[in-house]
Design a protein around this ligand. Structure first.
Ligand code: ATP
Ligand code: MG
Length: 267
C-alpha cells in the first residue's frame, strides 16, 4: 500500500485484573494487523469488548502493546515537532501524540472541567505549537469554524455546553496541534441521531482540508458503512474481516460481519 501513515503488526495486549486473590488476564488483542493509508476514512467495527478502544490507544501510544510493533510515517525530529515523511515508516516515534490524536466517546470526561473552552484551545496552541500570542485568537477562531462552533462557547466551561457542542470542542482541541491522523472512538454514540449525523459529517469534512486520514471506531456498522472507505471488523480481539467498506457491507465473508450487518438493519 502506498503512503502508509500507520502500520501495526501482530499487536497483542492483555490486561490483568484481580478479583479477590485470583488474578485474571483478559486478552484484549490477540494479534492485530492494521494499516492506515493516507487519504482515507478507515473504520473499526465490532461489538463491545472486541478490542477497538485498546487498538486505538495503542495507535496513539497511550497503551503499549505486549507484543508486536507500530510504525508511523512520522520521524522523531530535533525540536518540538516530528517530521511527516510519507513513504517511510519508523517505530518508537516519541512525538506521536501531536500527529495522531484521539477523540473519546464522552467529551465531558475527556475535557478538563476547570478550563473554559478558550483556555483549552489556547494551551496546545501556545505551549505545544509555540504560536505567538497575537495570532492565537485568530487560530482559535479558525478551529471553531472547522468544527462549526459559535464564538460564544469560548467563555463557557464544558458543563455549560450541549453534548454535541462539547464533542465539537473536544474535536477542536485535538485539531489544535495539527495532527495528521484523527482517531475517533465512538465519537457520537452519546448524541441524539440528528446531532450525531451533524458531528460525524463535520469530522468527515475535515479530511479534505486538514487531516491526512481519519479512523472512526464504532459498534454502529450502519454509520461506518456510510462514512468510511475501508473497514476493519473486530471480534474477540482479532480482525476477522477487512476490506473496502462497500465490498465488506455488500459481500461480507465472515459470519460475524454478517451478523453485525443484519442486527444493524433491525434497529
Ligand atoms: N484498563 C483495563 N483493564 C482491564 N481490562 C480492560 C481494560 N480496558 C479494556 N479491558 C478489557 O479488554 C477487552 C477489550 O476492551 P476494549 O475497551 O478495547 O473493547 P471495545 O471494543 O472498545 O468495547 P466497547 O465497544 O464497549 O467500547 C474487554 O474485555 C475489556 O473488558
Ligand atoms: Mg471502546
Amino acid at each position: 500500500m502506498a503512503n502508509l501513515l500507520i502500520k501495526a503488526e501482530k499487536v497483542r495486549k492483555a490486561y490483568s485484573l484481580t478479583r479477590g486473590l485470583t488474578e485474571y488476564r483478559i486478552q484484549a488483542l490477540q494479534g492485530v494487523d492494521f494499516f492506515l493509508p493516507s487519504g482515507i476514512v478507515a473504520a473499526v467495527a465490532g461489538e463491545s469488548g472486541s478490542g477497538k478502544t485498546t487498538l486505538a490507544k495503542i495507535l496513539v501510544s497511550l497503551v503499549k502493546p505486549d507484543y508486536g510493533r507500530v510504525f508511523y510515517a512520522f520521524a522523531a525530529a530535533k525540536g518540538r515537532r516530528s517530521v511527516f515523511r510519507p513513504g517511510r515508516l519508523h517505530s518508537n516515534v516519541s512525538n506521536i501524540h501531536k500527529d495522531v490524536q484521539m477523540v473519546f466517546q464522552n467529551p465531558f470526561t475527556s475535557l478538563n472541567p476547570k478550563m473554559k473552552i478558550w483556555e483549552m484551545l489556547y494551551e496546545p496552541l501556545y505551549y505545544q505549537l509555540g504560536v505567538p500570542k497575537k495570532n492565537i485568537r485568530q487560530r482559535i477562531e479558525k478551529l471553531l469554524d472547522m468544527v462549526s462552533l459559535n464564538r460564544d462557547v469560548l467563555e463557557k466551561y464544558p458543563y455549560q455546553l450541549s453534548g454535541g457542542q462539547a464533542q465539537r470542542a473536544a474535536i477542536a482541541r485535538s485539531l489544535a496541534v495539527e495532527p495528521k491522523v484523527l482517531i475517533c472512538d465512538e465519537p457520537v454514540s452519546n448524541l441524539d441521531v440528528i446531532t450525531a449525523k451533524e458531528v460525524i459529517e463535520t469530522v468527515r469534512g475535515l479530511k479534505n482540508r486538514f487531516l491526512e486520514s481519519i479512523v472512526l471506531i464504532s459498534h454502529n456498522i450502519a454509520m461506518l458503512a456510510k462514512y468510511s472507505d475501508y473497514i476493519y471488523v473486530m471480534y474477540k480481539g482479532r480482525v476477522v474481516e477487512e476490506g473496502r467498506t462497500s465490498e465488506v457491507i455488500n459481500f461480507p465473508r465472515h459470519s460475524y460481519t454478517e451478523k453485525l450487518i443484519n442486527s444493524a438493519m433491525r434497529v
